[in-house]
Design a protein around this ligand. Sequence first.
Ligand code: PLP
Length: 440
Amino acid sequence: MTFKTLTLDQSRQLQAKAHRLIPGGCHTYAKGDDQYPELAPGFIVRGQGCHVWDADGNEYIEYGMGLRAVTLGHAYPSVVEAAYKQMLLGTNFIRPAPIEVECAERLLGFIPAADMVKFAKDGSTVNTAAITLARAYTGRDMIAVCADHPFFSYNDWFIGTTPLDAGIPKVIKELTVTFRYNNIDSVKELFEKYPGRIACLIMEPAKNDDPKDGFLHKTRELCHQNGALFILDEMITGFRVHNGGGQGLFDVEPDLSTWGKALANGFALSALAGKREIMELGGLHHNKERVFLLSTTHGAETHAMAAAIATMNVYENEPVVEHLYRVGERLRRGVNQAIEEYNLQGYVAVLGRPCNLMFATRDQNKKDSQAFRALFMQELIRRGVIGPSFIVSYSHTDADIDFTIEAVAGALRVYRQALEDGVEHHLVGRPLKPVYRRYN
Ligand SMILES: Cc1ncc(COP(=O)(O)O)c(C=O)c1O
């Protein structure tokens, strides 16, 4: 495979303007310029399936797919058509639309542990609602988040646990404590240290490692023994690891769970789902103190509901999750072979489940390296593949995967060379930087 000489003039012009108009130049830090090598397109104009075109007309196979939201593929016809038809009928009325009830019923069909659901637009908002509800239900103020899971919400209760905590009051930060995944002792210690104070634990069902020794079930039990709620964040796992999310895959029943991303194939829709006894605190049919639970102007836009229903139809009727595992496995095998071919074991690694693969890039000392990450991404982009991970979609075909494996092999040849003569001789421009840092 020969690599292209990229023309990125349109991207460069737009990037300069974007940084004048928008702090960070975009609306999600994970899409920002500091997360990509200098030799990367600044803007994507169009997507079809798993292929995207940048502002200069260059084509790439994309991995990551809208930060894992676009599980079926870009511009997926049945989803676009459902949303479009609904838009022609109006998107937002002064009273609810029937499609809200239909969408709630359909989603609850995938989540046996939940009796009720409430919709919003993004994952951060529903996670924050889950925390508020848990605090109200238990009458407690502290919450515990899993320290090994990178992101739950842009709200203070979570961002206050990161180094990027400017503007967040100390009193808020002191109310969030952390535990470690697959470390049941760290959960026990929290309950011992803060007796009667923790309202809930929140975590993803799994990240790169699956639960070991019944970790999820034991954590749930500890929560309930100590009067706390057990919350699962299914933003990534939902409709990706299993149609029923991590709770379906690992057969564990959370009190509350949160969904988003894949729910509407990239249209903005998220959901808080849970047990009636807890969720009903936000309802009109009880005599307890009321909870202001998720009340947003745009939360139930009808076309997002229509997109979600069309997306769930595909999950129900087609082997979407099976496809993600199958093509992901093909990719993992091919990348691992290329790693062996260039003797890069320990320097480059593919992590996670096949449906949700990440890559690790390490330097000469086998330490995680943002410079080598930039180099690897740069060399993939030059060969027509873009992504911060190897997240596949239902639209990635065997041919796309094989093209990618060839691109990876080419990129790894340069990587091997860079380990020998220095990354600075191969990387165009600066290394990447972690999002959670105090200063630029
Ligand atoms: C596990 C997890 N939870 C919550 C969120 C927040 O979702 P959103 O970006 O829709 O607010 C994300 C987003 O990346 C996520 O990965």
